[in-house]
Design a protein. Structure first.
Length: 157
């Protein structure tokens, strides 16, 4: 069972990347451009927001608090946010914008990654849930912005 937890905790996020890449490559060129633009906005913004919040919210890792050896070797630093969950959830959010079915599937994969990291003793469930909530809020922010409003007006002042 520990081997399965380790595999999911460390490597399942790469399955999400592969699925997202296959989805991306199967799209026509104009949709690929839309996906890329949205990814360039959502991925770094999710990371930045999560890391900024992580500077204000310190959550010691479970193995530090519980004085045990985790299944995954890890530094005894801040457990929030869960970077693996963040990456998987952000990829899921990008794809969700264009395919709800595939995006939801990828979200479930990122939840499995987060849960495996909880079972491995390197994150609390609050680290995983908080990370997914942050990505969800960044997704809502990114989808609420109208790209047409970014254009510079050519009218005379």
């Amino acid at each position: 069972m520990n081997i399965l937890i380790l595999i999911i905790a460390k490597y399942l996020v790469f399955v999400s990347v592969a699925i997202a890449l296959v989805y991306f490559l199967k799209q026509p060129r104009p949709k690929q451009k839309e996906i890329l633009v949205f990814a360039v906005i959502l991925l770094p913004l999710s990371y930045i927001v999560a890391k900024v919040i992580g500077h204000f919210y310190f959550d010691p890792r479970p193995f530090v608090v519980g004085h045990f050896t985790p299944l995954l070797p890890h530094a005894a630093d801040n457990g929030f946010p869960s970077d693996h969950t963040l990456f998987g959830a952000a990829i899921a959010a990008v794809i969700f914008r264009f395919s709800r079915k595939t995006g939801i599937f990828l979200l479930f994969l990122s939840i499995f990654v987060g849960l495996a990291r909880v079972f491995a003793g390197v994150h609390h469930i609050s680290d995983v849930l908080g990370t997914i909530i942050i990505v969800g809020l960044v997704y809502l922010l990114a989808t609420s912005v109208n790209p047409a409003s970014w254009r510079i007006s050519s009218g005379k002042v």
